[in-house]
Design a protein around this ligand. Sequence first.
Ligand code: E4P
Length: 218
Amino acid sequence: MKFFIDTANLAEIREAHELGVLDGVTTNPSLMAKEGITGKNNILSHYKAICNIVEGHVSAEVNAVDFAGMIREGEELCEIDEKIVVKIPMIKDGIKAIKYFSDRDIKTNCTLVFSAGQALLAAKAGATYVSPFVGRLDDISFDGIQLIEQIVGIYQNYGYQTEVLAASIRHPIHLLKCAEIGADVMTGPLSIILALLNHPLTDSGLAKFIADYKKGNQ
Ligand code: E4P
């Protein structure tokens, strides 16, 4: 399973990268705004700074919602670095834009996906990644994990190459359930990756090993 970090915060991206388990980064306009990154030039150079830290794919979202605008923005984003994946919303013009980019071997991430039908369309258009939002579905009492399972099954039936990127992952159980089902990628905050480290028996066991070592080596 690939681990992507869902943030535009450079310190967090660096920390996840230094842990040695980071496969990529996803961002969105809200995450960029949270870091105070505004204005086209600042946004483009922030993406470059992210690409300079990580080795894997970096999803950079278009802000346009019309075909021509998405193509224009997507082409500019691709110029930044070969790690850039153009993140495009699941709307009619978005599907056309994904097809346009896929025909030109430009990687895309179809975002704001909340149903299996949307995921099927994204795969047919040739998206590199599809991003179903698990947490946001759970927020409105729909089962986000069940959607991931449905999409993984449909893609397996037809051998689609589109990778299922479980997004809006809010806690370690989300992550583990997605791993059990076979989601290709998960994206979430650094805290979720770090939470995987924790177990009280690890802490107490290590404390005893350290104490016993000290007793015999004073
Ligand atoms: C996906 O690419 C989105 O950036 C993200 O996972 C949304 O997560 P949220 O629902 O926690 O905002």
